[in-house]
Design a binder for this molecule. Structure first.
Ligand code: SD4
Length: 315
């Protein structure tokens, strides 16, 4: 038990997210404000997998997915959003200002502009441009089944295809999911990503889907995840973990059971993709579990100042 307040984020790049969330929690602020700050911080960072600096789709355009959920089942989400820097904040506006949960594509962009967000240039970051040019050398514009099986030729590319630890030891940057329990005992979470690199245009993963990439039930716990979104969506991954916690399982056991469910569908394929869950229950207990080795997460609380843990894994 890490107690409260506490914030937990996916990967060791969770340091950036927790670094922004913790001051809010420490001064007695709300979990929903803390997780939004976490999302904004990682969206400002230039990395392969979150924000406008991330890897583009097959057409060379960066498309962003994000969602946010509070302690009262209020939730907002944007998907396939282009040229807007902070999808997590747009998702929050969808939650607070509209009768809807999810806006996508042009409509999401139109809503963002109407709410004071700026239209950015749409230019790729230097790293993303390099990765895209490399990818284009062999690119075929057709759906690739099991894209994660492709042999990557650079660490950044490898990261895009199979979200696991980088070989060169550089910081893990990946889909950022952040869950928090505030001093008042309320839970919230957010998830933000540029999705799988070189995805088909229009492809949306689990990250902006409430119940898949994120779920929060204030009576039970909060869960988010990273990895191959398709595998998460078909099992309603984060919701599944919350339901296992509701049945009395610890956060780690609940994450393990959900990973087992994902693997069971086709065990032979499990070596080819990664999914990792993190979970936090209302008592402040934390847990995580992944398909493969290499998934880690960052915890910040009053007792654990900022620490990176390696998740237990199935394989
Ligand atoms: C997706 N879950 O779009 C995201 C990608 C991800 O680590 O987590 N990458 O499927």
């Amino acid at each position: 038990i890490a107690g409260k307040p506490i914030v937990v984020s996916t990967w060791d790049s969770g340091k950036i997210a927790n670094g922004a969330a913790w001051p809010v929690l420490q001064r007695g602020g709300k979990a929903i404000d803390a997780v939004e700050k976490a999302g904004i911080a990682i969206e400002n960072d230039i990395n392969c997998c979150v924000g406008l600096g991330g890897n583009p789709d097959r057409d060379g355009r960066v498309t962003l997915d994000s969602c946010i959920m509070d302690d009262h089942f209020n939730c907002g989400s944007v998907a396939f959003l282009e040229r807007i820097k902070h999808p997590v904040s747009v998702a929050r506006k969808v939650m607070e200002k509209t009768p809807h949960v999810m806006l996508v594509g042009e409509g999401a962009q139109q809503f963002a502009l109407a709410n004071g967000f700026t239209l950015e240039s749409g230019k790729l970051s230097a790293d993303a441009k390099k990765s895209y040019q490399k990818w284009l050398e062999k690119a075929e514009y057709k759906p690739v089944i099991n894209i994660e099986n492709q042999k990557p030729s650079s660490p950044r590319e490898k990261r895009a295809f199979a979200p696991n630890k980088l070989e060169d030891g550089s910081p893990n940057h990946d889909t950022m999911g952040t869950i928090a329990l505030d001093a008042a005992g309320n839970l919230s979470g957010m998830c933000t990503t540029s999705g799988m690199g070189f995805k088909m245009r229009g492809r949306v993963g689990d990250s902006p889907i409430i119940g898949a990439g994120l779920y929060v039930d204030n009576e039970v716990g909060a869960v988010t995840c990273s990895g191959q979104g398709e595998e998460v969506i078909r099992m309603c991954g984060s919701h599944l973990v919350v339901e296992f916690m509701r049945q009395g399982l610890s956060p780690t056991e609940a994450c393990r059971r959900a990973i087992e469910r994902i693997v069971k569908r086709d065990p032979a394929r499990a070596k080819d993709f990664q999914v990792g869950f993190i979970a936090l229950n209302r008592k402040g207990e934390i847990g995580a579990f992944s398909v493969q080795k290499g998934f880690n997460y960052t915890v910040s609380s009053a007792t654990i100042q900022q620490k990176i843990f390696n998740a237990d894994h199935y394989l």
